[in-house]
Design a protein around this ligand. Structure first.
Ligand code: ZN
Length: 439
């Protein structure tokens, strides 16, 4: 039987950039005068220099992106859907900020129309910023998680999410008794987890101060019943929070142990922030293959602290980057990368441009166990990619014109880039965002 003939679309561009893991090393792959072949099922079939690109036998069309650059779709591994309305609410550290702004905003997500509008706003912003995969916190309300899954399903974006679990330490409008929480999660898991290859459920205790022991135990049992679900939460973001956790969870040896003792730490666990983790916690995180999700614009905005990524790396903990909207200040992964660079530079460590790109693309895919599917532009992966058009920002285009290497050009994009240079976003070969023309 002859192989199935699938029509191919070829995307041509001035350059293609992505990262590739070679053992422990991360390499920047750059191609000039490049082309990417995508079949009608949304898979990458070929990648190379356009001049050497043999026309596929089943060529359907060629899309010429001119002087643009193709890069992989970004992965935002930590973002809060109900917090878009509190971005830039400044003036206080984490716990006060949660109480003054966040819980009130999240309480509104019990209304289906608010939850749907919030999910639509989120997918709009993600697409506009070139993010094709996101791990998202919803509110405590099942209706809000439901709206997220529906909206991402229709937008075609890849989603890892679940309802946020909270039963203590916040106003009544964002709390829920344990049994109701678990019952609603069972329904959501049944309805949405792996409904398509792009939708995944995450058990989501907000953090150690929002969950009673009874709830934490029930979440551990839920994970045991559904081992393919992810777990996402926060850890050691702020020193005041770390001290409070110590006071509440007296029988746990440290912050990580609150989650470990309830069976919530494993290779599908995403732990946001982790700025103030101890050596022992980092060692155990590495052993469990849990991921530390670093959210640089959030950490500097709230003044939570400066994570030392060199130290984290020495323990072998996997790290990827995220926006943490709404404490984070930018949806744009370019700005997340820039802030990450600055935080490390302040501590005497200079990250390379390709390491920064890796942390917002392939490292996120690795954290989710999806590196065979997304995170870079390799044959066989899904064609989630972004068309970057430097001409949308004249200063960047002028800067690139006097830059010799792809690595320098990437660094200039990281420094000067934002959503204005995202021309198109493609998900599984489908165009999901097209920047309006300037006139
Ligand atoms: Zn967060």
């Amino acid at each position: 039987m002859s192989p199935e003939r699938v029509p191919i679309t070829v995307h041509r561009a001035k350059e293609i950039w992505f990262t590739r893991r070679e053992g422990d090393a991360i390499k920047l792959v750059t191609l000039m005068d490049a082309a990417l072949g995508v079949d009608s099922k949304g898979k990458i079939t070929a990648i190379g220099r356009a001049s050497e690109f043999k026309s596929p036998a089943y060529l359907e069309k060629i899309i010429d992106h001119g002087d643009s650059i193709l890069i992989p779709g970004f992965v935002d591994a930590h973002v809060h859907s109900p917090q878009l309305s509190v971005i830039g609410a400044g003036g206080m550290p984490l716990l006060d900020w949660l109480t003054k702004y966040v819980f009130q905003a999240e309480a509104q997500f019990k209304h289906p129309n608010v939850a749907l509008a919030g999910a639509q706003r989120l997918t709009r912003e993600l697409k506009q910023n070139g993010v094709t995969t996101a791990a998202v916190f919803s509110s405590v309300h099942a209706v809000a998680a439901e709206a997220l899954f529906q909206e991402f399903d229709s937008a075609g974006l890849r989603l890892i999410s679940g309802k946020t679990s909270m039963d203590v330490g916040a106003p009544a409008g964002v709390l829920q008794p344990v049994q109701a929480d678990i019952t609603e999660q069972e329904i959501l898991i049944e309805r949405w987890h792996k409904k398509s290859s792009r939708l995944h459920y995450a058990i989501t205790p907000r953090f150690a101060l929002s969950c009673s022991r009874e709830l934490m135990l029930a979440l551990g049992e839920l994970r045991e019943r559904h081992p393919t679900c992810y777990v996402q939460t926060h850890i050691s973001e702020n020193l005041e929070e770390v001290a409070a956790v110590k006071g509440v969870w007296k029988t746990c040896s440290d912050y990580l142990a609150v989650y470990e003792d309830h069976g919530l730490v494993g290779d599908k666990t995403l732990l946001a922030h982790g700025i103030h983790l101890t050596d022992s916690e980092l060692k155990r995180m590495a052993k469990a293959k849990a991921t530390l999700v670093h959210c640089p614009t959030s950490n500097t905005f709230l003044g939570s602290g400066l994570i030392d990524l060199k130290r984290v790396g020495e323990f072998g903990v996997h790290v990827c980057l995220a926006s943490d909207i709404g404490a984070g200040t930018h949806f744009s992964p370019w700005q997340t990368m820039l802030e990450c660079y600055k935080i490390q530079a302040l501590q005497g460590s200079r990250l390379s441009a390709h390491e920064l790109l890796y942390r917002t693309t392939l490292a996120g895919a690795e954290a989710l166990g999806m590196s065979a599917v997304c995170g870079s532009l390799e044959v066989g992966k899904e064609a989630d990619f972004v068309v970057v058009n430097p001409a949308r920002k004249p200063l960047l285009a002028e800067r690139l014109a006097v830059t010799e290497s792809a690595s320098d050009r990437l660094f200039a994009c990281i420094t000067l880039g934002d959503d204005r240079i995202i021309e198109h976003t493609y998900v599984a070969g489908n165009l999901v965002y097209c920047q309006p023309s300037p006139d």
